[in-house]
Design a protein around this ligand. Structure first.
Ligand code: FEO
Length: 404
């Protein structure tokens, strides 16, 4: 890429020294199993000092969009340094093409990042490892690297621009939200809260202790932040403390008196049980979400669990096993390590009825405390069986009714 070019893709000036030069992915609907109904952005930032740095790149197919946006500000060949905050390919996929176009003097990453980039791209060039706290002077602009291992990969780091109190936070404080707007204060608040929570629930939930430590570290370092520029979704300029506060709450994970009932059904028997259990939970004072798995994606369910205190899962038995939708859900949730949940299993069956036991085993495996013995109904629940389901709901609901 040579001189500046005219293009449909322009940069967005964030400050006198920082431009957003990322890409908008309006079409993304599946981020390895996480349903992204609103698409996403891959944010990259240009920092102008005497030297010029590019912070992160974008997903591979968007390389030309990135280069075009850079070209609207400077010739890409003027970039001296590339900072790779994170090696996951939604941020580094375009790196080989950008390196070839820009020929930067140096590409910086954390020590783990250097290894990860080498193992991803097998390029014939060296990457430069930076340590936690190390600074890079651009001349008139300083970049400070903050290691954030396992937030959410071993290589993850953030970059801080102290003169402008601007934190390039990489995946943290992001969300999957494609928009023509670049700032959070230009987007409806409920959309921000919904998408930020969904992102946290589906990506960061298992790392909540690391998130809590990371927030402590930022506090300890006394880093003043006027703007948070994450790698996905909008930039926080008016009140960056708001999303930091949301993260503190989600990381603390205080459960509410909310119960999630997830089920699949063959001939509506397990569906009838789920409905009756939901009624019982309501009678006990719980806020109830009944989610039929044929109509709810797993990432929606993970979001609902973010502030829930109870999880009840139901499946009929098919070929001696729970239905595939239920097995899929349990496998997904196990990885997300939901915390502080009580729960129970239920389901109809015809002759063998293994599904309920399998669900209980899976719930125990994710440290859900079983509040009641699993409930099985042969073929079709009658009035008495449905009363039993309501009683199960009341029993589990009673365990969480005292929560906020
Ligand atoms: Fe961990 Fe947005 O990549």
């Amino acid at each position: 890429m040579g001189a500046r070019v005219e293009s449909a893709f322009g940069a967005v000036k964030l400050t006198d020294r920082v431009y957003w030069v990322g890409a908008i992915d309006w079409a993304l609907r599946d981020f390895h199993g996480y349903a992204t109904q609103r698409g996403t952005t891959y944010n990259a930032y240009l920092v102008l000092g005497d030297k010029v740095a590019l912070i992160d790149t974008v997903k591979g197919p968007f390389a030309k969009e990135l280069l075009a946006r850079i070209s609207s500000v400077i010739e890409p060949a003027r970039i001296d340094y590339i900072i790779s905050n994170h090696a996951e390919v939604d941020h580094s996929g375009a790196l080989p093409e950008v390196i070839a176009a820009v020929r930067p003097e140096k590409v910086f990453a954390s020590t783990e990042g250097v290894r990860a980039l080498a193992d991803h791209f097998h390029l014939d060039r060296e990457f430069v490892a930076v340590k936690d706290g190390e600074t890079l002077s651009l001349g008139g602009a300083t970049l400070q690297f903050i290691a954030t291992p396992m937030l959410h990969w071993p290589d993850s780091m953030m970059t801080y621009f102290p003169e402008q109190r601007l934190l390039f936070s990489n995946d943290a404080f992001g969300m999957h939200l494609a928009s023509s707007k670049r700032y959070a204060d230009e987007i409806e608040h409920w959309v921000l809260e919904y998408e930020a929570a969904k992102y946290y629930a589906n990506i960061l939930l298992p790392l909540s202790p690391v998130v809590a430590k990371g927030l402590e570290k930022v506090k300890r370092l006394g880093i003043a932040i006027d703007m948070i520029a994450p790698s996905h979704g909008p930039i926080w300029r008016e009140d960056p403390g708001e999303i930091v506060g949301w993260y503190a709450g989600w990381a603390a994970g205080a459960p509410k008196k909310k119960a999630v009932v997830a089920y699949d059904t063959m001939w509506q028997s397990t569906a009838a049980m789920a409905q009756a259990i939901g009624d019982g939970l309501s009678e006990a004072g719980a806020v109830v979400k009944v989610l039929p798995l044929r109509a709810s994606d797993r990432s929606e369910l993970a979001l609902e669990l973010l502030d829930a205190g109870a999880l009840l899962v139901g499946s009929p038995t098919l070929n001696n096993a729970a239905l595939p939708t239920v097995v899929d859900l349990l496998s997904y949730l196990k990885g997300l390590k939901p915390r502080k949940l009580v729960g129970a299993a239920f389901g109809s069956y015809g002759w063998s009825g293994e599904a309920v036991g399998q669900i209980e085993e899976a719930l125990r495996g994710m440290s859900v405390e079983l509040a009641a013995e699993g409930l099985k109904v042969r073929y079709v629940p009658d009035g008495q069986a449905l009363s039993g389901c309501r009683a199960l709901g009341r029993q589990v609901g009673g365990r969480i009714a005292g929560q906020a």
